[in-house]
Design a binder for this molecule. Structure first.
Ligand code: PGA
Length: 237
């Protein structure tokens, strides 16, 4: 594990974007695993800038997002497809057909989970997975549990996650109670994982994830076993 300590959120975002840019320069056909939430917004802003200046060419890149709320249309302003289009995908020179987010409106959820796992496999797995971390240690929507769930699955969100995400909705009742999430396997099989975290409210959980016991009650703790984990954070951990 490499921990890159930075001064603040802005520097974290620049460093993370530069790591992603370097990956794409070395392999223009990079399969990027992407995340949503407040944490990566600065990274995406920087990636858009690097694309505009011609420093990154996304034309052959594939993106595969971690998760999506169950029951939200892709056009819903709080859907993760909408988030990705708004913050990154519609602002860069990527072929939108090569960008993937689970379909939260799929009529057959089991079939959708299988489709997503097949899609990851057909893409040859993920080259670089960008991750944030939830206050309860979740990665994607892999919530604390008795076991690590390997494949894409439908998850009932924990109260703490619903509370944390209610800031984006008019009220807490509007927050979907379920989500589709990539499982632990493709994350751990990603050739490189880039974890970013900032804000004092993330300090304890980040410390626990990176130096506490590896346990499904802190899903991010599995990352301690990843062979190429880069953590970029301003937090003293
Ligand atoms: P945040 O979410 O970036 O909005 O804090 C991170 C996460 O829940 O994975």
């Amino acid at each position: 594990m490499r921990i890159i300590k930075v001064k603040n959120y802005e520097e974290m975002s620049r460093k993370a974007a530069n790591i992603i840019a370097a990956e794409i320069s070395l392999n223009p056909r990079t399969v990027l695993g992407l995340a949503t939430g407040s944490t990566p917004i600065g990274t995406y802003e920087r990636l858009v800038e690097l694309c505009n200046t011609g420093d990154i060419d996304f034309s052959q890149v594939t993106t595969i997002n971690l998760d999506e709320y169950y029951g939200l249309e892709p056009t819903h302003e709080q859907s993760y497809r909408y988030f990705m289009d708004k913050h990154l995908l519609k602002k860069i020179n990527i072929n939108l057909e090569n960008t993937h987010v689970p379909n939260g409106k799929a009529p057959d959820i089991e079939a959708e989970c299988k489709r997503y796992d097949d899609l990851i496999q057909k893409a040859g797995g993920i080259d670089l997975q960008l991750l944030g971390i939830g206050h309860n240690g979740h990665i994607g929507f892999n919530e604390p549990s008795d076991e690590f769930i390997m494949d894409t699955h439908c998850v009932t969100l924990k109260e703490s996650t619903i509370n944390a995400n209610s800031r984006f909705f008019n009220n807490i009742d509007e927050v979907p109670k379920k989500a589709l999430t990539m499982g632990i396997k493709p994350i751990m099989q990603a050739r490189r994982v880039l974890l970013i975290a900032s804000g004092d409210d993330k300090k304890e959980i980040l410390k626990k994830a990176l130096s506490g016991p590896v346990t499904p009650s802190v899903p991010a703790s599995i990352l301690q076993l990843h062979k190429d984990l880069i953590v970029v954070t301003p937090l003293d951990i």
